[in-house]
Write a protein that binds this ligand. Structure first.
Ligand code: PPE
Length: 326
């Protein structure tokens, strides 16, 4: 069914992060209408393109026995609206319209599983920092994005390096907003780590405590207790919140607290969580083996339950799934 989105065979083979997204076909929701993929364009003088003030979400749809469902759709839309509120962007659509748009881009592009990218940006109605007549435009696109990291990373875990880049201070760009411009910080950190042969960066906050990955929240396990940084130094991740609920149902305690870099080194287990990355074990940090040096048992259990839940395999979490066809 996903065939409809690809213009030719070569593009179909290029799934994943190396796919040229501009070459797909299908439709993108833009300002209230379904627009043919190739026509979903903006002008080069688009304000957000120049200054980075925009907000977005990363959402996933999964195949379930009841057809494709979007995982925690309303929670993602709520966070998008909170991000817009923080940055004082007027939202021209209500939440219900954006929920429907996200369902529509999956359904109408014939996708079984998909990554969904809603984004709100300021248009070309004005230029300069003083522009006061800017309109908020909204786009929602969707495409197949199977695995963010190497598939074997899910089983074996990844190698991580502490970043030389500090994670945004809370009074710089408003990091509770999932804002476009915040991702300069993430990309600098990730590229540095990858250039040094690691698979992900671990950023510390401005006080030197563990914050998060370039696009993931981080958890540690020690003596069967889970630890994760407080929300003052990381994004309010929806996968993070899902892990809280799954862990509680497994009888595990989760503590939100400040975590030092060397606390990570001596953890029994560590893992990242995020919509794109899902649940990824961390097997090494700064050349120190974490625990047994492979996916640990607590990580394995939480990862399994998470991946079953998103595909409708855990009935107690059915409230997390929004069918794309009603
Ligand atoms: N921290 C950051 C900085 C972050 O970007 C994400 C999501 C998370 C934590 C986890 O949040 P959540 O997805 O709600 O569990 N990063 C999104 C963008 C990744 C990308 O490559 O783009 C995502 O995972 O969709």
């Amino acid at each position: 069914r996903i065939r409809s989105l690809y213009l030719n065979d070569q593009d179909r083979r290029c799934k994943g992060i190396h796919m040229d997204l501009s070459k797909l076909s299908g439709h993108i929701w833009l300002d209230g209408e379904m627009v043919p993929w190739q026509e979903a364009r903006v002008h080069v003088l688009t304000h957000t393109f120049h200054y980075g003030l925009g907000v977005f979400e990363g959402v996933r749809a999964y195949q379930t026995p009841d057809g494709p469902c979007i995982f925690r759709l309303e929670d993602h839309t709520d966070r998008l609206f909170r991000s817009a509120h923080i940055l004082r962007m007027d939202m021209p659509f209500d939440k219900e319209t954006l929920n429907a748009a996200q369902r529509a881009v999956v359904r109408e592009n014939g996708l079984d599983e998909a990554y969904i990218r809603p984004m709100c940006f300021l248009g070309s109605e004005g230029m300069g920092l003083r522009a006061d007549n800017l309109k908020t435009h909204v786009m929602v696109a969707s495409w197949p994005w199977p695995s963010y990291m190497d598939p074997e990373a899910r089983d074996r875990g990844i190698r991580v390096a502490t970043s030389s880049y500090t994670r945004h201070h809370v009074n710089i760009t408003m990091c509770k907003a999932k804002a476009n411009g915040n991702y300069i910080n993430s990309i600098l950190a990730l590229r540095e780590a990858m250039d040094a042969g690691f698979e992900e960066a671990l950023l510390l906050d401005n006080e030197g405590y563990v914050a998060e990955g370039s696009g993931e929240n981080v958890f540690l396990v020690r003596d069967n207790v889970l630890y994760t940084p407080e929300l003052t130094s990381c994004l309010e991740g929806i996968t993070r919140d899902s892990i809280f609920r799954i862990a509680a149902d497994q009888g595990l305690t989760v503590k939100e607290k400040r975590i030092t870099r060397d606390e990570v080194y001596v953890a029994d287990e560590a893992f990242f969580t995020g919509t794109a990355a899902e649940v990824v074990p961390i097997r090494e940090v700064d050349h120190r083996r974490i625990g047994s040096g492979t996916r640990g048992p607590v990580t394995e259990t939480l990862q399994r339950i998470y991946l079953e839940s998103v595909r409708g395999g855990q009935p107690q979490y059915a409230d997390w799934l929004a069918p794309v066809v009603n």
